[in-house]
Write a protein that binds this ligand. Structure first.
Ligand SMILES: NC(=O)C1=CN([C@@H]2O[C@H](COP(=O)(O)OP(=O)(O)OC[C@H]3O[C@@H](n4cnc5c(N)ncnc54)[C@H](OP(=O)(O)O)[C@@H]3O)[C@@H](O)[C@H]2O)C=CC1
Ligand SMILES: O=C(O)C1=N[C@H](C(=O)O)C[C@H](O)C1
Length: 265
C-alpha cells in the first residue's frame, strides 16, 4: 500500500515517515510541505532522521493524492480542509490527525467524506481511545452529582487549546450524561466566574517544555474524587494508530470514520 504524508517535515510528519518505512506491506508514496517551506527538495527519509528514501518533499499536494492509496494529514486546519477536497477529487483514503478544526471546516471534511473514506481522530493512540470509552461509562454512571474538569498539558509549540483530545474527552463525558458538550462547557475561568454551575464540564490548559501529551479527567464528588489519566511518552503511538487507520480504510466505502471504528470498539 502506497501511503503519502502531507506536512512530512513536521513533528508528526517525521514520525509517520519512519513508521511507514518500517511497516511491511507499506511504501512511502511521497511527502509535501507548504509552498516556500525550507524542507522542499530535501529527501523525506533524511528529514525524518533515517536513511535517504530517494523521495523529496514537494509542495504539490494534488500530485501526491493522485499517486497514493492513502494520505495521512497532521498539519493545520486550513491545510487539512484543502487536503480533504483533494482526497474527495482523487477518491484517495485520508487519515486526519489535525486538531483545532472549527465547525465550518468540519462540515467541509464531512462533505469530502461522502466521496472517499476519511478516518479522523484527535488522538490515534490505543490508550486514549480506551480512555474515551471509560470516561463515557463513568460519566453515565455518576451523572452530574460529580463535577468534571479536564486537565491537559502539552509542549510549548502547540497552537490550539484545549487540545483536540481534551475536547474529545469532554464530548465523551457529555455523551455519557446525555447532554451536548457545547451546552455545558467552560473552556476558560478568569476573574470572578462565580460558583460552579451543576453539570458544567471545565477545561484547564497547560503548555510548556517538551511534554508530548498528558490528559486527566477529574470526577469530583462530595468526599471522594476519581481521576483518570493518560500520559504519552512518545509520538510513535499516534503514528502507529494513523498507519493502522490508513490500512483499515483501504477497502472501506466512502464515509467519515473514527479510531473507534478502526479499533472495533
Ligand atoms: N490525532 C493525533 O493523534 C495527534 C494529532 N496531532 C495534531 O497534528 C497537528 C500537527 O502537529 P505537529 O506535527 O506537532 O505540528 P508541526 O507544526 O510540527 O507539523 C505540521 C507540519 O505541517 C506543515 N504544513 C502546514 N501547512 C501545510 C500545507 N499546506 N501543506 C503541507 N504541509 C503543511 C507545517 O509546515 P510549517 O511549519 O511551514 O507550517 C509542519 O511541517 C496538530 O494539529 C496536532 O494537534 C499531533 C499529535 C497526535
Ligand atoms: O499537538 C500535539 O502534540 C497533540 N495534539 C493532539 C491533541 O490536540 O489532542 C493529540 C496529542 O495530545 C498530541
Amino acid at each position: 500500500m502506497k501511503i503519502g504524508v502531507v506536512g512530512c517535515a513536521g513533528r508528526m510528519g517525521q514520525m509517520l515517515v519512519r513508521e511507514i518505512a518500517a511497516t511491511p506491506g507499506c511504501t512511502l508514496a511521497g511527502g509535501t510541505e507548504r509552498v516556500g517551506g525550507p524542507a522542499l527538495g530535501k529527501d523525506i527519509g533524511t528529514l525524518a532522521g533515517i536513511d535517504p528514501l530517494g523521495v523529496t518533499a514537494i509542495d504539490d499536494a494534488a500530485t501526491l493524492f493522485a499517486e497514493a492509496d492513502a494520505v495521512i494529514d497532521f498539519t493545520s486546519p486550513d491545510a487539512t480542509v484543502r487536503h480533504a477536497a483533494l482526497a474527495a477529487q482523487s477518491q484517495t483514503v485520508l487519515v486526519i490527525g489535525t486538531t483545532g478544526i472549527g465547525p465550518s471546516q468540519q462540515e467541509a471534511i464531512a462533505q469530502a467524506a461522502t466521496h472517499t473514506p476519511i478516518v479522523q481522530s484527535p488522538n490515534m493512540s490505543l490508550g486514549v481511545n480506551l480512555l474515551l470509552a471509560l470516561v463515557e461509562q463513568v460519566g453515565r454512571a455518576l451523572g452530574d452529582d460529580f463535577d468534571v474538569d479536564i486537565l491537559e498539558m502539552h509542549h510549548r509549540h502547540k497552537v490550539d487549546a484545549p487540545s483536540g483530545t481534551a475536547l474529545g474527552l469532554g464530548r465523551a463525558v457529555a455523551a455519557g450524561r446525555g447532554v451536548n458538550l457545547e451546552d455545558v462547557w467552560q473552556k476558560v475561568r478568569d476573574g470572578h466566574p462565580g460558583a460552579r454551575p451543576r453539570g458544567e464540564i471545565g477545561f484547564a490548559t497547560l503548555r510548556g517544555g517538551d511534554v508530548i501529551g498528558d490528559h486527566t479527567v477529574v470526577f469530583a464528588g462530595d468526599g471522594e474524587r476519581i481521576e483518570l489519566t493518560h500520559k504519552a511518552s512518545g509520538r510513535q503511538i499516534y503514528a502507529k494508530g494513523a498507519v493502522r487507520a490508513a490500512r483499515w480504510a483501504n477497502d472501506k466505502k466512502p464515509g467519515l470514520y473514527s479510531m473507534k471504528n478502526v479499533l472495533g470498539m
